[in-house]
Design a protein around this ligand. Structure first.
Ligand code: NAP
Length: 246
């Protein structure tokens, strides 16, 4: 699919991959809406891309997420594309971290429940419009998890599984269900110390757009494709390698 003449909601569009996507899709003439938790980051994004429509919302809070979806439905009935991109990661030692359960709840709410909730609340609006699509962002780590991210891997694996079933459920509808698995990308996500193998956000986004234009329903970007292939033929080796990444 080519994203043009569309109204696109990008969750977490105020930073990293989401911000790059917002820039690219705005430049292609689309109407782009972003949301994020920090108002400061939303203001900075708006300064960079004045055409953006911004909403402040903490997606990990179910009521805020419900109120946000209501505002989107009321204000943007022409919404035809939802990109579930916002996510967090906690790098922890599950056994020794005193706050592990609090962190787990917040991470699963943000990375898994919020995207599912937004799809549930916005699907009918999206499907009523032409060239409609739901795009869920996941990671190559759904194929081989990293020990240091005990909740992140599993939240994204669950989103992957949900996306597969949603795609089958909607096979006779016009809304496309797409998943994009990214490799390590150099964004603020890594707090200044990205892995050596990280690619830039503009390369990541241009590969994503390329995959969309080729009508792929699962777009495995760069290293995510390699990890997928290794995990199929040598799963233990994939697990070992992914946990050795510096
Ligand atoms: N960077 C990588 O290496 C990498 C690799 C594979 C997959 N991905 C995936 O790519 C996506 C984007 O990652 P990124 O690297 O661009 O990360 P990022 O730079 O940290 O951006 C994350 C975005 O999500 C928003 N967000 C987080 N929690 C939120 C909440 N509770 N409510 C609303 N917004 C929230 C953030 O806004 P606030 O800061 O205001 O909260 C920010 O706009 C994620 O789904 C991630 O899993 C990233």
């Amino acid at each position: 699919m080519k994203i043009k003449n569309s109204t696109v909601l990008i969750t977490g569009g105020s930073s990293g991959i989401g911000l790059e996507l917002a820039k690219v899709l705005t430049n292609k003439g689309n109407n782009v809406i972003i949301c994020g938790k920090s108002n400061e980051k939303l203001l900075a994004a708006k300064k960079l891309i004045p055409q953006l429509i911004t909403y402040q919302c903490d997606l990990s809070d179910s009521q805020e997420c419900i109120d946000f979806a209501k505002r989107i439905k009321e204000n943007h009935p022409d919404l035809n594309i939802l990109i579930n991109n916002a996510a967090i990661v906690n790098k922890i030692d599950f056994i020794n971290d005193e706050n592990a359960m609090e962190l787990a709840e917040n991470e699963y709410q943000t990375n898994l429940i919020a995207p599912i909730r937004l799809i549930k609340l916005l699907y009918k609006t999206i499907n009523a419009n032409n060239s409609s699509a739901i795009i869920n962002i996941t990671t190559g780590l759904i194929y081989a998890p990293r020990v240091i991210y005990p909740f992140y891997n599993s939240s994204k694996s669950a989103l992957h599984s949900f996306t597969q079933t949603l795609r089958i459920r909607l096979k006779d509808e016009k809304t496309k269900v797409i998943e994009v698995m990214f490799p390590a990308v150099n964004t603020p996500w890594h707090q200044g110390t990205p892995p050596k193998i990280a690619i830039s956000a503009d390369v990541a986004v241009s590969e994503m757009i390329n995959g969309l234009e080729k009508e792929k329903s699962e777009i495995k970007v760069g290293g995510a494709k390699i990890l997928y292939l290794i995990s199929r033929f040598a799963p233990s080796f994939a697990l070992k390698k992914v946990n050795e990444i510096q």
